[in-house]
Design a binder for this molecule. Sequence first.
Ligand code: F6P
Length: 319
Amino acid sequence: MKRVAVLTSGGDAPGMNAAVRSVVRIGNARGIEVIGVYYGFKGLRDKNFRLLLPRDVSGLLEKGGTMLMTSRDEDFKEDSYQYMAIDNLKKEGVEGLIVIGGNGSQTGSLSLHCKGFPTMGVASTIDNDIWGTDYTIGFDTAVNTAVQAIDKIRDTATSHARSFIIEVMGRDKGFIALDAGLASGADIVLVPEVKFDIEKIIENIKSGVAKKKMHHMIVCAEGAVHAQNLEQMIKSRIDLEIRISVLGYIQRGGSPSRFDRIIATLFAEEAMNELIGGRAGKVIGIKDNKITHVTLNDAVHNEKQINYDLYRIIEEVSV
Ligand code: F6P
């Protein structure tokens, strides 16, 4: 293999840049040219290609976002579009493709792989919702950002004896909410995977108030309920001074944590190993502290489950 391409796709995640840097430099170390594809799958159609040299990826390790740019490309679901992408890659002399992205992006990788183009996935999304990996690139940073924000909000909660609902990202999964809630000492965490009972939440708050608890911190995943709606539900049932804070895109940005920089570098190296070794069609991740891979087919067609123990423990430690 003489030439591979790399792209980032879907929501940007801290550490994507570190993964691109690793692909380019590992490729260079092994005598393989790396072509950067700009704007994700869209760049495959538009032939938005550029040869990347090791110095082109300097100063990237600590940078959030993605220097390759990204997009969510609905059109890529079409076969004609995928064949055009493969054609463009082949004309450029590219023999393999590395896709750094989340669930939706790996569905795109699978389509290309099934059409005969060697494609490798690198698990990267703040949502951490890819089956077969314990962590995805960007999740650790996003959770740390959420925890720092919740800690700060707690200062106001404590000073004013005011309760807060903090909405975090995660699309239809509760990974960010669970980890951020546990790490920030939230009293109640709502995730899409567990149907919540508003009356139980009210009882919980009332029993806290009876025990002279001055404020309650509620972390809700965007996929479980929106903060504003939950605020209305609570306010219509009890008289409680409550504020909401939607953390939003701060969770996607910023300098990647040490963990995300390391896994990004290692995932990309393993993606190159597998691609060069003729073993494409995988998603690289980490399982039990070891860099590992699952097939693209399994990653895309299985659903990753939250750790329900964390949910139970949060309930038990909040008094
Ligand atoms: O997948 C990452 C994520 O930030 C989700 O947590 C969120 O639901 C979604 O992307 C928002 O996507 P966008 O702003 O790109 O439409």
